[in-house]
Ligand binder design. Structure first.
Ligand SMILES: Cc1cc2nc3c(=O)[nH]c(=O)nc-3n(C[C@H](O)[C@H](O)[C@H](O)COP(=O)(O)O)c2cc1C
Length: 681
């Protein structure tokens, strides 16, 4: 029996850094062009939809933390958890696109959990779940998943009109720009970006780097397959014909918002000048700010894109200084319900400000960006190259391009006849992200301060490219603090340098436990040690004050597994950690030194997981007999998996269980929050 089709469908997205939002909004727009009727919402706006009625639902969701739902879907998942009726969604048909990353052990956990829950509530899947992997490029799953979504949707949803056939590129409202490309690439950078952010300060223009490409195997454009669709035109810019009043920060950093300006009090370089990586410790003054936190919380920093990079792009596109600083308004283009959130928040602004704070200029270019650029490229050879790069046939060359980690400026310099209108760059580039840092100190120790530590991102792309790449936020902070490099010398900064920050409370439970008697196993190599300094400070001070009231107060054992390359060069917070050991707060401090002579040979430990295995029996006792909580902080890629494997091996060896049982037990502990992880990519 044929079931009746729905009149429309709803797309929901859960997105932390903008990918899922961008994909969902493109699906929404394309669906309208294909004659469907659809609505598109963030998952936390779920109450805009009446689930008790028959519905076709499409979900696009990513992950954050350790397989956790993105922030804009937490309310929705809470709501779903409370529903117990097995028939709640029996009228609904759904499909899910998950965006994940196989570098994380909980690959696409949110999409998988969502699928299970929707089925439990009686929903029916009308089209297979797609699980895309950022580690190899989302597009290889996302593009075919979307292509096959349309026939699947047509089976469950009516089409009101025929495909509109509108060529979306026609409707672009463009600023008139004059071609300045001959003037590009003359000046070398002289880094001079001393403070936030008066865009008018003169700084010379840095040329982009030409990307090395071997296009000898280029295929004729008419033979190319899997070229992405031209991305939706989301925004239009109106010039207000007056100069923007230059403020140090965009208006969305208003004092009423959750973003606060914190002054940098002091800086200390934690590493030796000859260390492989430079690590800085910064102290912020939060005395007059409403900012309360506990150890384990993190915070966001809103660093601008480098002024030199922004100026290079403006110059390449022929947008002069006056035009870049003119007041403009950015609005949804015709036929678009709403601007993406990261552009919407700007209100009245300038092109300079949008490039500085609105969009990501340095992350790997999406295929959709290359596709859009091809449409604005006048040179035939360059246009063919761009189309080739975003096709199936060009995937090897695209990987080569990715190895060079090009910025958008590098792309514009490599394809000099490409002159997209600024609006197209703004709505195709991903949103500019705040950067997250774990808080180092306990508020009991320094209530008016916020300390954090980070490695300066500064590396070279592999041979034969050898191009220096610098992190956006970390190099900006290093420069603001005057490039200090004397190891463990704290320097007070007397100038009034402030940075915009916002609290990011830990949603996953990764916070110091309130029960002082609980034993803690803390695993944090490198800057992963950061939150544990706060844990130790907090517990020490709590213990001392509670002991005054009750002399029998017991402090649970605390063990720390720490890792560095060379004890003399990059043992972060060594003095503090050894102090905790001397005072009996830290029961065990194990340090894995990866560049010590013989490390990794003949059973000599190299990494934290090697020392954990050596300590396996005692660790097993502490976990299973004394109910210790395991905390892991640091690199999601190698370390988190290595530690998980070591824990599984310890359970197998000392708990007489099978490997699969051990892995299941670890998953259970993760769910029960006996095993907590704060990981970054
Ligand atoms: C801090 C962080 C944590 C992540 N954790 C996971 C994870 O546990 N499992 C997973 O499959 N992907 C994980 N990812 C990958 C994201 O799901 C993926 O990059 C996705 O494209 C992000 O989409 P969004 O921009 O819509 O948030 C993580 C990414 C980040 C930045």
């Amino acid at each position: 029996m044929a079931t009746e089709k729905c009149q429309n469908f709803v797309i929901f997205y859960g997105s932390q850094t903008g990918n899922a939002e961008w994909i969902a909004k493109n699906i929404h727009q394309e669906s309208i062009e294909r004659g469907f009727i659809s609505e598109c919402y963030a998952l936390d706006d779920y109450d805009k939809v009446d689930f008790s009625k028959e519905k076709v639902l499409v979900f696009v969701t990513s992950n954050t933390g350790d397989g956790d739902p993105p922030d804009n879907s937490i309310k929705f998942f809470r709501f779903l958890r409370k529903i117990k009726s097995k028939t709640y969604l029996s009228h609904s048909k759904f499909s899910i696109l998950g965006l994940g990353d196989t570098n994380y052990s909980n690959f696409n956990n949110t999409a998988k959990r969502l699928e299970k829950k929707l089925l439990d509530l009686g929903g029916t899947s009308f089209y297979n779940t797609g699980l895309a992997d950022d580690a190899v490029g989302l597009e290889s799953i996302v593009d075919p998943w979307i292509a096959n979504l349309w026939p699947a949707l047509a089976n469950v949803c009516v089409k009101k009109q025929k495909d509109s056939g509108i060529d979306v590129t026609e409707s672009i409202v463009s600023l008139s720009i004059k071609d300045n490309s001959q003037n590009t690439n003359n000046d070398q950078s002289n880094e001079n970006d001393s403070n936030l952010i008066n865009g008018k300060k003169s700084e010379s223009i840095k040329p982009g780097n030409k990307i090395l490409l071997d296009l000898s195997d280029i295929v004729d454009s008419d033979q190319l397959t899997s070229i992405p669709r031209i991305p939706t035109v989301f925004c239009k810019i109106s010039r207000l014909n007056k100069e923007k009043v230059t403020t140090p920060l965009p208006s969305f950093f208003a004092p009423s918002s959750r973003i606060l300006n914190a002054r940098i009090n002091a800086v200390c370089c934690l590493t030796h000048p000859n260390a492989v990586k430079k690590t800085l410790h910064l102290e912020l003054d939060i005395k007059d700010l409403e900012f309360s936190f506990i150890p384990g919380d993190a915070f966001e920093i809103f660093a601008p894109n480098h002024e030199v990079l922004v100026k290079g792009i403006l110059n390449t596109l022929g947008i002069d200084d006056n035009m870049a600083h003119e007041e403009i308004s950015i609005e949804a283009a015709e036929g678009i319900v709403d601007l993406p959130i990261h552009l919407k928040k700007f209100g009245s602004t300038s092109i300079f400000e949008l490039l500085r704070y609105g969009v990501d200029l340095t992350s790997l270019p999406r295929k959709a960006l290359l596709r859009m650029m091809a449409d604005y490229t006048s040179n035939d050879q360059e246009k063919r190259s761009l189309l080739f790069l975003c096709s199936k046939q060009g995937s090897q060359q695209l990987n080569r391009l990715y190895e060079q980690r090009p910025t958008i400026l590098d792309l514009l310099v490599t394809f000099p006849s490409c002159k997209p209108p600024i609006e197209r760059l703004l709505d195709t580039l991903p949103q500019h992200q705040p950067r997250y840092y774990s808080i180092v100190n306990s508020p009991l120790m320094n209530p008016n301060e916020l300390h954090f530590a980070f490695n300066i991102v500064d590396y070279y792309t592999p041979n034969p490219y050898n191009i220096q790449k610098l992190g956006v936020c970390t190099t900006w902070l290093d420069k603001l603090c005057g490039h200090v490099n004397e190891m463990n010398v704290r320097k007070l900064l007397n100038s009034n340098i402030t940075i915009p920050i916002a609290l990011k409370m830990n949603q996953s439970g990764f916070n110091v436990p309130s029960d002082l008697s609980k034993p803690l196993i803390m695993i944090g190599p490198g800057t992963g040690v950061a939150p544990f300094i706060g844990f130790l400070q907090h517990r020490e001070l709590q213990f001392l004050s509670e002991k005054k009231i009750n002399n029998d107060k017991h402090l649970g054992d605390m063990w720390l597994f720490y890792g560095c390359r060379d004890k003399e060069k990059d043992f972060l917070y060594r003095k503090e950690l050894e102090g905790f050991v001397d005072r009996g707060i830290l029961k065990e401090l194990f340090v894995a030194v990866s560049r010590a002579p013989g490390a990794g040979v003949d059973g000599k430990p190299k990494y934290v997981q090697d020392i954990m295995r050596i300590q396996g029996r005692d660790l097993f006792e502490l976990i299973t007999k004394k109910d210790a909580i395991i905390f892991v902080c640091g690199d999601a890629k190698g370390m988190a998996k290595g530690v998980n494997d070591a824990l599984a091996d310890i359970l197998v060896e000392h708990g007489q269980m099978q490997q699969s049982e051990a892995l299941d037990l670890l998953k259970k502990w993760l769910r029960e929050k006996r095993y907590l992880r704060d990981l970054w990519g």
